[in-house]
Write a protein that binds this ligand. Structure first.
Ligand SMILES: C[S@@+](CC[C@H](N)C(=O)[O-])C[C@H]1O[C@@H](n2cnc3c(N)ncnc32)[C@H](O)[C@@H]1O
Length: 233
């Protein structure tokens, strides 16, 4: 089975500039699930979150760069009142997540997009529409000349804040100390945000938090992850 051009044009981004992998191998079974579910819960390029049939009163929480979707499944299972918006540019990750969300029986409470988070936040999410945002183990881009590719930048931080309701949260994790400090240093000075741990601080790991694939990878390499928690004031 091949995803049709029309389907790709609607749901699969191939023309937007992003750093990081976008396409890759998707099995026939995964394609079938994408074809079934994305027309129902996919946030296509023309839609905004306001068109996404979010139940009235449901808190809307986004995960940026959800990888294989395990953390999204955890959020949906532990917060049955939330609507989750998953944003991930790597198509095989989207395909895996759709399968996991369906198998867990929570997919109808999620909205999924393969568009880059920068585009989604700028064009598809309204001001003060989100109750929370998670960014778990974003790509570290370790070389100094690639630091500008890191997703947390001054402008992106301001964009995230503008999309959060007052009192909304941003939670981040990284197993790379240099990146964890980079994110903290940017977010600590972003107007409208308060570091729950105090300026310069990290929070303890939430006890009920599952280990994501990249947290596990860090642990196997001897790296203990660090966690950040901000609220919009
Ligand atoms: C290092 S992986 C971490 C995956 C997962 N969060 C975890 O903790 O295991 C970073 C993820 O962010 C995704 N990503 C990178 N840039 C992105 C962007 N601009 N918008 C959305 N996702 C992005 C990558 O495709 C990748 O899956």
């Amino acid at each position: 089975m091949r995803l049709s051009k029309e389907f790709r044009d609607q749901f699969i981004q191939h023309e937007m500039r992003t750093h990081g992998r976008k396409n890759g191998f998707v099995t026939t079974g995964q394609e079938a699930r994408l074809l079934h579910w994305l027309p129902l819960i996919g946030l296509s390029k023309e839609k905004t979150l306001s068109d996404a049939a979010i139940p009235a009163g449901s808190p809307v929480v986004m995960e940026i760069g959800f990888g294989n979707g395990d953390f999204l499944v955890h959020l949906a299972q532990t917060h049955p009142d939330w609507t989750l918006v998953g944003v991930e540019i790597y198509l095989p990750g989207v395909a895996k997540a759709v399968g996991r969300l369906e198998d867990a029986g929570v997919i109808e409470r999620t909205r999924i997009t393969q568009l880059p988070a920068q585009y989604v936040l700028e064009h598809q999410v309204a001001a003060e529409q989100l109750d929370g945002l998670f960014v778990n183990h974003p790509d570290p881009w370790p070389k100094a000349k690639h630091h500008k590719r890191r997703i947390i930048q001054k402008d992106f931080a301001a964009l995230m804040v503008s999309r959060l309701k007052p009192g909304g949260f941003i939670k981040l994790a990284s197993d790379k100390p240099d990146l964890a400090e980079w994110m903290r240093d940017i977010l600590d000075v972003t107007p409208g945000l308060k570091n729950v741990a105090g300026v310069g601080g990290f929070i303890e790991r939430d006890e009920d938090r599952p280990e994501t694939k990249f947290e596990q990878r860090g642990l196997r390499a001897g790296r203990i992850s660090q966690f950040l928690h901000y609220v919009k004031c």
